[in-house]
Write a protein that binds this ligand. Structure first.
Ligand code: MG
Length: 457
């Protein structure tokens, strides 16, 4: 939404008062989010994959901070992106429902009255771009340009959402559109080149921003289309990876990330740019060889087991995020909005509940614990599990794909994720007090939470 005068004033006032200090290069960093689609926790070399080769992301992690307990906001595309951009549980904006994600025949999207990270940063003076897969509504009123982004280039939903005939009173899906701002500029683009083209677009936006006004910071949100199925690699990338086509696609993202970091260094802005790399949800395991890996974590995309929502998370900001750090602090894409606002001198909205926490002490000072103690795990609009500290309580479980109905657990299942990250050994019987406390936490959470109008069904 357009920020109201009081909120915009608050942003400007915060900008004027702090944390900015004149001449302090940390005050207003450029911000870049590189966000994969369906990349699993175990799909990068620096997260233990034996045959996918990701030297640039490994280098990024070695020069910055690698999180081991970083969560997306949801186990599927649409709600996960809503959570990142609003800092709120996706249920609050109505982007959870029976259909689970938006489709080309959907009429909903991210509501106008949500305040996005892009809107907050734009009001704080940032140049903003979204380059890649949007998936928060393809109708004009929902596009990135209506949610705080000055520039958009990409496909408005998933790369498999095309070419389906009309069915069940829903219209046919048209060939995949590629958009620039609010115009369709191509249909059925060569998907093997999307990663490279998005990277080129991101680099172009960064160069233009620097050329126009080096003192004006930028925010680039780069949600890649890959490695969501159908996988496509360019002729240059095909056949390079020992892991096969899936590896080719991930390694192309690795090279693209390296090109962006190289550009920041070339332009002499690396030490004033925070880059964060993650993914929207876990691996699409039912795609077999074309899906990724959650490493030692259980299940994948679509599930509230750890493999569905725990993701790689890498922060890079030379000279500011200490080198070579591995953080075991619990953190989430929900935390990027308050963190970025803090770094940018913008104030998050105060007229609504937020579900994110400011991670700047973790990133800049190596705070080992971090501000996040609790994580909620929703499947669709239903709360399936909660985590507090190392303990995760499951009320219901369901595999991402292939298990038609959820299994209800009464009593609930309890896992200690530090000792048992694969969620193999239920210890609820031995920990009745922990179970009772987490059940009370859920009761309080559900009493407070007001779902937004459903945008998906
Ligand atoms: Mg996804």
């Amino acid at each position: 939404m357009k920020l109201t005068a009081p909120l915009a004033c608050t942003v400007l006032l915060a900008l004027a008062l702090g944390p900015a200090v004149a001449g302090d290069e940390t005050a207003r960093p450029n911000l870049v989010v590189i966000f994969c689609d369906d990349l699993g926790y175990g799909d990068l070399s620096c997260y233990g994959h034996p045959t996918i080769h990701t030297p640039r992301l490994d280098q990024m992690a070695a020069e910055g901070m690698r999180f081991t307990q970083f969560y997306s906001a949801a186990p599927v595309c649409t709600p996960s992106r809503a959570g990142l951009l609003t800092g709120r549980l996706p249920l609050r904006s109505g982007l959870c429902g029976r259909r689970r994600v938006l489709f080309p025949d959907s009429t909903g999207g991210l509501p106008d009255d949500e305040v996005t990270l892009a809107e907050l940063l734009s009001s704080a003076g940032y140049a903003t771009a979204c380059i890649g897969k949007w998936h928060l509504g393809h109708l004009p009123q929902y596009l990135p340009t209506r949610h705080g982004f000055d520039y958009y280039f990409g496909i408005p939903y998933s790369n498999d959402m095309h070419g389906r005939p009309a069915q069940n009173n829903r219209p046919a899906w048209q060939p995949l559109p590629l958009m620039r701002n609010e115009e369709i500029v191509e249909t059925a683009p060569d998907q093997g080149r999307l990663t490279e083209r998005y990277t080129d677009e991101a680099i172009g936006f960064i160069r233009r921003s620097i050329d126009a006004d080096r003192s004006r910071p930028f925010f680039v949100y780069l949600p890649h289309t890959m490695p969501h199925v159908p996988l496509h690699a360019s002729s240059d990338d095909s056949g390079r990876s020992l892991r096969g086509l899936y590896g080719d696609v991930v390694e192309a993202i690795d090279r693209g990330t390296g090109r962006i970091l190289d550009t920041l260094r070339e332009l002499n802005v690396a030490e004033n740019t925070l880059v964060f790399f993650s993914s929207d949800n876990g691996p699409w395991l039912s795609q077999k060889l074309n899906g990724g890996s959650a490493g030692c974590l259980r299940d994948g995309k679509g599930s509230t087991w750890e493999g569905g929502m725990r993701e790689p998370g890498i922060a890079w900001w030379p000279g500011h995020v200490p080198e070579g750090q591995v953080s075991h602090a619990m953190a989430s894409t929900l935390d990027l909005l308050p963190t970025f606002c803090q770094l940018a001198g913008a104030t998050p909205p105060t007229d609504r509940p937020l579900d994110g926490y400011d991670l700047s002490a973790v990133l800049l000072k190596g705070d080992r614990v971090g501000p996040r103690e609790i994580m909620y795990f929703y499947r669709g609009a239903e709360l399936f599990a909660v985590r507090r500290g190392p303990w995760k309580l499951h009320l219901r479980t369901q595999s991402g794909y292939g298990q038609p109905r959820p299994e209800t657990h009464d009593p609930p299942l309890l896992f200690h994720l530090d000792r048992d990250p694969g969620e193999s050994f239920d210890v609820a019987k031995n920990q009745p007090q922990v179970v009772a406390e987490l059940q009370e936490l859920i009761r309080q959470h559900q009493a407070e939470l007001r779902p937004g109008k459903n945008q998906l069904d």
